[in-house]
Design a protein around this ligand. Structure first.
Ligand code: BES
Ligand code: MG
Ligand code: ZN
Length: 488
């Protein structure tokens, strides 16, 4: 989807002129006057709209240059947040799509400045992200909005905010569009090819294939991947935007399909396990945006990509494998595969790059959905300061997180009788934390935060409806980490 975004000082010719209305207000924010007939139609519609959050009212106008006016309720003045602006802008965009418009204009009131700066960023994100639709495999496609005009006094700051918001939205959309691909169309090799398309003179892409992985001791990745004819890959994107800084390492779980392996999952909703690559896709979207934003940092994205299949070649419960860290792991359930491939990638990231921070994303445990539901991600960390920064970004981007504890008692729960550690904990107890405990074994000394995005990476039964999260993958984490990196 390619949409042109421009700014104007006042509204010109448009198919749809949109303005925001607050609750208990009798005016449309920032909108000028029209002829008396249109003015009275607007006053009448204001009464219908009431400024209720997300309520959309469309008024046909007799004017040639402005075909319709749209009022968008933005709710109570003191409840205005980044998210309400994004949410309502998304509603506007969806209305425009329903009307099959090619172009629309939104009045951005100068008073809309939030914690994260001017509201144009949220307007751009809301419109762009809401119009994304996974229709690659459908003959019938929706009309695409080609142009968005924002009425706002032009300044350098505004123009650069718009440019950044476009890049950030495109990053999240890229994540969604790869994550939504079905497993027959997206193997570890496909993901590696996507990563290659992102490389440029500042971002190098390296792919490690099966023989190399075997030779270099990636025992987790090769064990999980050995049951599938779609061979495992380790994808590395290395972005250099600074001369001296130590890098930050991002790691993302990419299981292109998780059947559970020999510990086969039940059939119900197994199709959703095509989303088990979402962590890796999050990393791809962030890397794409960072290189387009040209951030002055060094960032390495590491994606262990495998398919977890049952076959005569598969790894089994009872196997003991050696991870990249040198530690041995007893396999007790082949469905607890994510932690095995992540452990290799985390240890590799730390040893190879001596990073200042490691952040990982994974659709790691069903237990996370039991604990926190489908609107909040779990985070587990070994560093308070890092957690604090992540939480601040989470507030600004409205990608909610909740921290779970990880002390020695949890580490003890994954000790094995026959190897250094085992790949499941004790019964169902604290499943999200014992998975994180496994990962912690791979990180020796670096500040690290783990995101379990099992509940939030795609829309599920209890997912809160938001226009900018249409059905399917959500791109959770892309905006959050970009906010974190921009505020370093
Ligand atoms: N990819 C799943 C986790 C998952 C399940 C995410 C459902 C979203 C929805 C992961 O590989 C897995 O199967 N985990 C097991 C771990 C268990 C065997 C200890 C789980 O959560 O059941
Ligand atoms: Mg599994
Ligand atoms: Zn999995």
């Amino acid at each position: 989807m390619n949409m042109k975004i421009k700014t104007e000082n006042s509204s010109k010719k448009t198919q749809l002129l949109c303005g925001f209305v607050m609750e208990k207000s009798d005016k449309v924010l920032g909108m000028g006057k029209f002829n008396s007939k249109t003015n009275s139609a607007i006053s009448q519609s204001l009464k219908d709209n009431e400024g209720k959050l997300g309520r959309i009212t469309v008024i046909p106008t007799p004017s040639e240059s402005i075909q319709r006016i749209l009022l968008a309720g933005i709710g109570k003045k003191d409840e205005l947040t980044n998210d309400t602006i994004r949410f309502v802008s998304g509603k506007i965009a969806q209305k425009a799509r329903e009307l099959k418009l090619k172009e629309l204009t939104i009045v951005a009131p100068p008073s809309f400045v939030t914690e994260s700066g001017p509201a144009v960023s949220q307007i751009v994100q809301g419109v762009k992200m809401s119009l994304y639709k996974f229709d690659k495999f459908k003959a019938e496609k929706d009309t695409n909005l080609l142009e968005l005009t924002i009425i706002i006094p032009k300044s350098k700051k505004i123009l650069s905010a718009i440019k950044s918001a476009e890049i950030i939205s495109d990053g999240a959309i890229f994540t969604k569009s790869v994550a939504n691909l079905p497993p027959n169309e997206c193997t570890p090799t496909t993901l590696a090819n996507f990563a290659k398309t992102l490389s440029n003179n500042k971002m190098k892409c390296t792919i490690l294939s099966k023989p190399e992985l075997k030779k270099r001791g990636f025992g987790g990745i090769t064990a999980v991947g050995q049951g599938s004819k779609n061979e495992p890959k380790l994808i590395v994107l290395d972005y250099k935007g600074s001369k001296k800084e130590k890098p930050i390492v991002l790691v993302g779980k990419a299981v292109t399909f998780d059947t559970g392996g020999i510990s086969l999952k039940p059939g119900d909703k197994m199709d959703e396990m095509k989303f088990d690559k979402c962590g890796g896709c999050t990393v791809l979207g962030i890397m794409k945006a960072v290189s387009e934003l040209k951030l002055p940092i060094n960032l390495v994205g590491i994606i262990p990509a495998v398919e977890n299949m049952p076959s005569g070649e598969s790894y089994r419960p009872g196997d003991i494998i050696k991870l990249y860290s040198g530690k041995t792991a007893e396999i007790l359930n082949t469905d607890a595969e994510g932690r095995l491939i992540l452990a290799d990638a985390l240890a590799y990231g730390e040893k190879q790059y001596s990073p200042k921070t490691i952040i990982d994303f994974a659709t790691l445990t069903g237990a996370c959905i039991v604990a926190l539901g489908t609107n909040v991600a779990a985070i587990v960390s070994n560093n308070e300061n890092l957690t604090k920064k992540i939480m601040e970004s989470s507030k600004r981007t409205t990608e909610e997180v909740w921290e779970l504890p990880l002390n020695q008692d949890y580490m003890n729960m994954i000790k094995s009788d026959v190897a250094d550690i085992k790949n499941i904990g004790i019964g169902r107890a604290a499943g999200t934390i014992t998975a994180a405990a496994f990962l912690k074994n791979a990180v020796e000394k670096t500040p690290w935060v783990h995101f379990d995005i099992a509940g939030v990476a795609w829309t599920q039964i209890a997912t809160k409806e938001k226009p900018y999260n249409p059905k399917g993958a959500t791109g959770f984490g892309v905006r959050l980490i970009l906010d974190y990196l921009q505020n370093l």
